[in-house]
Ligand binder design. Structure first.
Ligand SMILES: Nc1ncnc2c1ncn2[C@@H]1O[C@H](COP(=O)(O)OP(=O)(O)OP(=O)(O)O)[C@@H](O)[C@H]1O
Length: 335
């Protein structure tokens, strides 16, 4: 039985929109609107979806970088949202984050050695006399050398800087790392190297990753399971193989049909999305995807589809009223 390390229940993040001369709250951006999922120890779960669907907001809410509006976040049996500021700061040792642009989060006036030392000192993970040794070890672990300890962030390439970000996260010996578009800014070949490094570290340190990315190619390489988000809600969850070979939600099908298949004989029917993503300020009633879904019926405009088990009993879930009918070819795309 796998151990649950992170359990997110009905998480909501509604950002207020202020307006008028009194600066009152006139509306909300429903960036994340009732998201529930579980991450097991040692696995990599990815969150994918188009820009603005709420991926990063979900990650930030889990870490309480933005205080969530409501919901529950249980990490290793502890309710994170009930912790006070001091307790949460302590807990951050176990939950680290790596952002897309490590340069923005690395102090340009600190050497790499100082950056790593600071991380260890804040969280008190390594006694002072052992820190130098640990810095050398960390740099080697992430594929940099001890000789680079006295250099500054600007002296490194993008890929190397991301390695420094990874070393800093590792310095506090976390259990879970949230990788928010961590390889998105890198060239494809460098992306592959950093992904391989993350995989190697996962084995070595028994790490769990929550990997946030808009890039299905990247997600395919790293994930065990995948969560697909659309306009603040989860539309599908499945293990990687099931999702890529047997997507069930029309939105997932459309995302996947846009990427070239390595097996042309298995090429999927192309599902073209119509229109733009609606605003999360005033999302569509019923199924949020109905305004762009080629299968939508009148029912979809009024009934919110629950995330439910589909296909078999392997944990594959989708939130669409018509999964079975679409699969059976009873329903055809109408646009
Ligand atoms: N602090 C904030 N205040 C108001 N709205 C916000 C805030 N942060 C995010 N949003 C809005 O919430 C929605 C979700 O944003 P989020 O950054 O989570 O999306 P995303 O899926 O990570 O996309 P991207 O990869 O483009 O960042 C967007 O409409 C965004 O404009």
């Amino acid at each position: 039985m796998q151990k649950e390390i992170l359990k997110v229940t009905d998480l909501k993040q509604h950002f207020p929109i202020k307006g008028g001369i009194f600066g009152r709250t006139i509306n909300h951006v429903k960036a994340v609107d009732g998201v529930s999922f579980t991450v097991y120890e040692g696995e990599t779960v990815s969150i994918v979806g188009e820009s603005g669907c709420g991926k990063s907001t979900t990650g930030r809410a889990i870490l309480r970088l933005d205080e969530p509006t409501s919901g529950e976040v249980e990490f290793d049996g502890i309710d994170l949202l009930s912790l006070n500021k001091k307790e949460m700061r302590k807990k951050r040792k176990d939950l680290q984050v790596i952002f897309q642009d490590p340069y923005a989060s690395l102090n340009p006036r600190q050497t790499v050695g100082e950056i790593l030392q600071e991380a260890m000192s804040i969280q008190n993970t390594v006694p002072k006399e052992k820190q130098h040794e640990r810095i050398v070890e960390l740099l080697e672990t992430v594929g940099l050398g001890a000789h680079q300890m006295d250099r500054y962030p600007h002296e490194f390439s993008g890929g190397q800087r991301q390695r420094i970000g990874i070393a800093r996260a590792l310095a506090v010996e976390p259990q879970l790392i949230i990788c928010d578009e961590a390889v998105s800014a890198l060239d494809v070949s460098i992306q592959a190297q950093v992904i391989n490094l993350l995989k190697k570290l996962q084995k070595e340190y028994k790490l769990t990753y929550l990997f946030i990315s808009h890039d299905l190619g990247v997600v395919r390489h790293i994930s065990d399971r995948i969560i697909v988000m659309y306009l603040g809600k989860i539309v599908e969850i499945a293990d990687k193989k099931s999702l890529f070979t047997n997507p069930q939600h029309p939105y997932t099908k459309s995302l996947l049909s846009a990427i070239p298949s390595i097996h042309p004989e298995k090429r999927r029917e192309r599902i073209i999305l119509t229109g733009d993503v609606p605003s999360p300020i005033d999302p569509p009633q019923g199924c949020r995807f109905h305004t762009r879904c080629p299968f939508a019926t009148e029912r979809c405009t009024r009934e919110v589809p629950e995330l439910r088990n589909v296909v078999t009993d392997n944990g594959h879930q989708a939130a669409c009223h018509y999964v079975e009918d679409i699969e059976a070819g009873i329903m055809q795309p109408v646009r």
